[in-house]
Design a protein around this ligand. Structure first.
Ligand code: KIV
Length: 305
């Protein structure tokens, strides 16, 4: 039985509709995508928000850390995602180094992300300095999604990929960051790897949608990384990932079967080939059988009448 919504809402997602969903208590569904096929999957599955996440660094580009992905790489991926999306709101993730140094740099790169990829909004990580950057980008006309808790771009400074806000002091800081991001106009805030009770306490004070990843059920919506939820990613997986398929295993099995069939001659079958008119084939064979034929004389040959 299909788990798709009975009626797919094909109206393009907008910021007011996102807010309506939050107010109506309708959970918001967000997923990452990094290329045309993953975007078409997100579109067909009826998700609300698609993030071209800088998690692309790890899950599609094979870098060991998120910080290593560049603006140029994010733009190539974003352009491909745009071609596969119609309905969900598309979010471009600002990679590390693209917004921290100054408001001017942040605005320039946010506008570049929008203009070159076609995303409608951008996301940037952390509170502190990022609050000022978010304010500048929003003032320049680009809506911003905030991101608090575990912020992978600064994971080294946070002591590694681990849950955040686990002491009262850290949870208060997280709350202040989220409220500050809301105050400068962020339209939504991601909570990553935050104790469920902390998220619940903070999210209920927010007036904008909160989107959780490893933050419990109290947020207005959830996000997961496409390759993690489908089981395309291999190796260590964060505690908050739920796998809905084992696509890596299926891909290995299918490519292995293809290899075995090529080796045994079982592939290709007649159905995978093209035919030629028998008359045309006869002419080709006659040409190939001509005694005087040599590659240097081939141009002299006339078709049989
Ligand atoms: O880059 C990413 O995939 C993200 C999500 C985990 C929110 O930032």
């Amino acid at each position: 039985m299909s788990s798709l919504p009975e009626i797919l809402d094909t109206r393009p997602m907008t910021l007011p509709r996102l807010m309506d969903k939050r107010e109506a208590g309708e959970p918001i569904v967000m997923v990452t995508a990094y290329d045309y096929p993953s975007a078409t999957v997100a579109e067909a599955a009826g998700v609300d928000l698609v993030l071209v996440g800088d998690s692309a660094a790890n899950v599609v580009l094979g870098y060991p850390r998120t910080e290593l992905v560049s603006m140029e790489e994010m733009i190539v991926l974003g352009k491909a995602v745009r071609r596969g999306l119609k309905t969900p709101l598309m979010i471009g993730d600002m990679p590390m180094g693209s917004y921290e140094a100054s408001n001017e740099l942040a605005v320039q790169n946010a506008q570049r992300m929008v203009k070159e990829t076609g995303c409608q909004v951008v996301k940037l990580e952390a509170g502190g300095l990022s609050v000022e950057r978010a304010r500048a980008i929003i003032r320049a006309g680009v809506p911003v999604m905030g991101h608090v808790g575990l912020t992978p771009q600064t994971a080294t400074a946070l002591g590694g990929y681990k849950a955040q806000g686990k002491t009262a002091k850290a949870a208060i800081q997280l709350c202040e960051d989220a409220l500050a991001l809301q105050a400068v106009g962020c339209f939504a805030i991601v909570f990553e790897a935050v104790p469920s009770a902390v998220t619940e306490a903070i999210a209920s004070r927010l007036e904008v949608p909160s989107i959780g990843i490893g933050a419990g059920p109290a947020t207005s919506g959830q996000v997961l990384v496409f390759h993690d939820l489908l089981g395309i990613t291999t190796g260590h997986m964060a505690k908050f990932v739920k796998r809905y398929a084992d696509v890596h295993e299926e891909m290995v099995e299918a490519v292995g079967r293809y290899g075995a069939e090529v080796r045994s001659g079982a592939f290709p079958e007649e159905a995978h080939g093209y035919s030629i008119d028998p008359e045309e084939l006869a002419q080709l064979k006659a040409y190939l059988e001509m005694e005087s034929l040599s590659s240097s004389k081939a141009w002299e040959w006339e078709p049989l009448s």
